[in-house]
Write a protein that binds this ligand. Structure first.
Ligand code: PEP
Ligand code: MG
Length: 577
C-alpha cells in the first residue's frame, strides 16, 4: 500500500463515502489576486482603510458586549485584536503592498497575514502560535468587510464533497450542509473531540487524526473515506473503488435490517428494560431521534446552539429553542445540560484563551463565575419545562459546594419567574454529570443532593487517565476498559442506587453495544448515545439475559488490566457477530 495514497486515522463517524475532495484552507476566506488599474489604486487603498475602520467598530462592539456580559478579563482579549488592527506596521505593509503590487486589498491582506503568521508559528512557544490564530481572526474580520460576504467557505459548496482540513472546529462542523458535505477527514483530532461528536450527530462519515493528508490533497481529488474502519484512500484504483462500493452496499443493507429494532423496547430476554436515549447538539436532530426509536433525549449539549454567535442569546431566544425541543419530544423527556464551554468547545466572541483549557474555567465553573449569565439559561430551561417533560443537568461538577450554589441560584430564578408571572416547571428534576474523578469518588455525598446522575465517560476517561481526549498522539492511552474507569462507573451506579436515584451514561461508551451489556450488568438505568447507535445497541440488549450481563460484569470487574478485559469482551462479542 502506498503511504502517499493510503492513510489510517481514528474512525469517528461510521459509513463509507466516495467523493470529491474540498480542501478547507486554514485561512478561511479564499482570495484570488486581481489586477488594479493605476487610476484605481488609491480607491483600493481607501476601500481597505474603510474595511479596517468597520472591523474596528465591530471589534469594539464585541468588546463592550464581552465586558457587559462577562468581565474585563474576557473583554481584554478583544483589546489585543483592536491593537492589531491599529498596528501601523501591519497596516502600512498592506497599503504599501496594494500600491506596489497593484493587486486587490483582499489578496495583499491574505499574503501578508500568511507571512506574519508563519513567522509567529516558527517560534516554538504557545504564546506565539496563539498570536498567529489571533492574526487570522483579525484578518478574517477585515476580509469579511472587504468582500461584503460573511459566509463560511463551507456554505459556498454547491456539489457533494468530502472536506479535508488540518483541523476543524465544532463551529466549522455546524456550517456543514449534509446534502453537500458527505464526509470529512482531518489531520489532527481525537475520538471524542466535539468535532467528532458533531460528525456523528450529523451522520457524516468521518476519520480524524490521519496525520498528513491535508498537504497531499487538492480540491477535486477523489477520496474514499471509511468512517467505520478508519481508512482513507486518495485517488483510488478501480479495484479499490469496487471493494469500497461493495462495503458501502453491505453497510446499507445492515442499516436497513436494523431499522426493525427502532419501535421496540430495549428489553432483555428475561424481561428487564432499560432506557435508550439520544444525545443531540441541535434542535433539528429531534427528527433523527424519533426515527431511531429513542426513549427520550438524555443529553442536549446546549452550547452548540451558541457556537456561531458573537454573544450569548437572550432568555427569549434560548427559551424558544428549548421549548421547541421539549414540545417536539413530549411526553418523552429532554435533559438539558447547561453550557459546557471551554476545553475544545468555544464560542466565537468568547474566545477564552487559557494554557490548560481542559482544567480551566470551563463548563459549570464559567457559569458560577458569571451567575447572571448562567441564570439567563436556568430561566430559559425552567420556562421550557412548562411545555412538556424537561430535566436539567450540570457539567463538570467537582464538589458538593458547586451543587449547593447551583441549587441556591435555581431558587432565586424561581422567585424571579414567579414575580414576573411566567409559567415554569417548579419541580424539574436536577441532575449532575459525573465526569470528574472527584465526583465519582464522592458519589455517595453528591447522590444525596440531586435527582439523577449521568456519567460523562468521555471526560471521566480523560481526567482519570490524564489523557487529552483530542490529542491523537496519546489516543492509545485513552482506554474505556481501564479497570480504574470501570471501577469508578461501578461505584457511581452503586452509590446512586443506595440513595434511590437513577443513573445513566451519556459518554461515547454507551454507544458500544458490548460495553452496553457490561453497563447493563452493572445496573445502569439509562444509556444515552448518538441516535444512529440506538438500533444496534437495542438489538444486542434484546438478545441477552440480564443475569448473563451481570455475570459478565462481575467477571470483568475482577480483572486487573484493560488487555485482559478486552480479551474477555472480544470473546463475548463473537456471539453477536
Ligand atoms: C462526556 O464528557 O462524556 C460528555 C458526555 O460530555 P461532553 O462529551 O460534551 O464533554
Ligand atoms: Mg464532558
Amino acid at each position: 500500500m502506498s503511504p502517499y495514497r493510503h492513510f489510517e486515522g481514528i474512525p469517528v463517524s461510521g459509513g463509507v463515502v466516495i467523493g470529491m475532495v474540498f480542501r478547507l484552507e486554514p485561512f478561511r476566506t479564499i482570495v484570488e489576486p486581481r489586477d488594479i488599474p493605476d487610476d484605481r489604486i488609491e480607491d483600493e487603498v481607501r476601500r481597505f482603510e474603510e474595511a479596517v475602520e468597520e472591523s474596528r467598530r465591530q471589534m469594539t462592539e464585541i468588546r463592550s458586549r464581552a465586558r457587559d456580559d462577562l468581565d474585563d478579563e474576557h473583554a481584554a482579549i478583544f483589546d489585543s485584536h483592536i491593537l492589531m488592527l491599529e498596528d501601523p506596521l501591519f497596516f502600512k505593509e498592506i497599503v504599501d503592498g496594494i500600491r506596489r503590487e497593484k493587486k486587490n486589498a483582499e489578496h495583499i491582506l491574505s499574503v501578508v497575514t500568511d507571512r506574519v503568521a508563519a513567522l509567529f508559528n516558527k517560534i516554538p512557544d504557545q504564546y506565539f502560535s496563539s498570536r498567529s490564530t489571533d492574526m487570522y481572526d483579525v484578518a478574517n474580520q477585515v476580509l469579511g468587510n472587504l468582500l461584503k460576504v460573511r459566509q463560511h467557505p463551507l456554505r459556498q459548496i454547491t456539489e457533494p464533497v468530502i472536506v479535508v482540513s488540518h483541523d476543524l472546529g465544532p463551529s466549522d462542523t455546524m456550517e456543514m450542509d449534509r446534502t453537500k458535505v458527505i464526509g470529512f477527514v482531518t489531520d489532527i483530532g481525537g475520538p471524542t473531540s466535539h468535532t467528532a461528536i458533531m460528525a456523528k450527530a450529523l451522520e457524516i462519515p468521518a476519520v480524524v487524526g490521519v496525520g498528513a493528508l491535508f498537504e497531499r490533497v487538492k480540491t477535486g481529488d477523489t477520496l474514499i473515506v471509511d468512517g467505520t474502519g478508519g481508512q482513507v484512500l486518495l485517488n483510488p484504483t478501480p479495484q479499490e473503488l469496487k471493494k469500497y462500493k461493495d462495503i458501502q452496499i453491505r453497510l446499507q443493507e445492515q442499516e436497513l435490517s436494523l431499522s426493525v429494532m427502532c419501535p421496540l423496547p430495549a428489553e432483555t430476554l428475561d424481561g428487564y428494560t432499560i432506557e435508550l436515549s439520544a444525545n443531540i447538539e441541535m434542535p433539528e436532530e429531534v427528527q433523527h431521534v424519533k426515527i431511531h426509536g429513542a426513549d427520550g433525549i438524555g443529553l442536549f449539549r446546549t452550547e452548540f446552539v451558541y457556537l456561531n454567535m458573537s454573544a450569548f442569546p437572550d432568555e427569549e431566544t434560548q427559551y424558544r429553542v428549548y421549548r421547541q425541543v421539549v414540545e417536539a419530544m413530549a411526553p418523552k423527556s429532554v435533559i438539558f445540560r447547561t453550557l459546557d464551554i471551554g476545553g475544545d468547545k468555544f464560542v466565537t466572541g468568547l474566545n477564552l484563551k487559557e494554557l490548560n483549557p481542559f482544567l480551566g474555567l470551563r463548563a459549570i465553573r464559567l457559569g458560577l463565575a458569571n451567575p447572571e449569565l448562567f441564570k439567563v439559561q436556568l430561566r430559559a430551561i425552567l420556562r421550557a419545562g412548562a411545555s412538556g417533560n424537561a430535566k436539567i443537568m450540570f457539567p463538570m461538577i467537582s464538589c458538593v459546594e458547586e451543587v449547593r450554589t447551583i441549587k441556591k441560584l435555581i431558587e432565586e430564578v424561581k422567585i424571579e419567574l414567579k414575580q414576573k408571572g411566567l409559567p415554569f416547571a417548579d419541580n424539574m428534576e436536577c441532575g449532575i454529570m459525573v465526569e470528574i474523578p472527584s465526583a465519582a469518588i464522592t458519589a455517595d455525598v453528591l447522590a444525596r443532593e440531586v435527582d439523577f446522575f449521568s456519567i460523562g465517560t468521555n471526560d471521566l476517561i480523560q481526567y482519570t487517565l490524564a489523557v487529552d481526549r483530542v490529542n491523537e498522539r496519546v489516543a492509545y492511552l485513552y482506554e474505556p476498559y481501564h479497570p480504574a474507569i470501570l471501577r469508578l462507573i461501578h461505584r457511581t451506579i452503586n452509590e446512586a442506587h443506595r440513595n434511590n436515584i437513577w443513573v445513566g451514561i451519556c459518554g461515547e461508551m454507551a454507544s458500544d453495544p458490548i460495553t452496553a451489556i457490561l453497563l447493563l450488568g452493572m445496573g445502569i438505568d439509562e444509556l444515552s448515545m448518538g441516535p444512529i447507535a440506538i438500533p444496534e445497541v437495542k438489538r444486542v440488549i434484546r438478545g441477552i439475559r440480564l443475569a448473563d450481563a451481570k455475570r459478565l460484569s462481575e467477571e470483568i470487574l475482577q480483572l486487573n488490566c484493560a488487555t485482559d478485559i478486552k480479551r474477555m469482551v472480544a470473546a463475548y462479542k463473537r456471539q453477536f457477530t
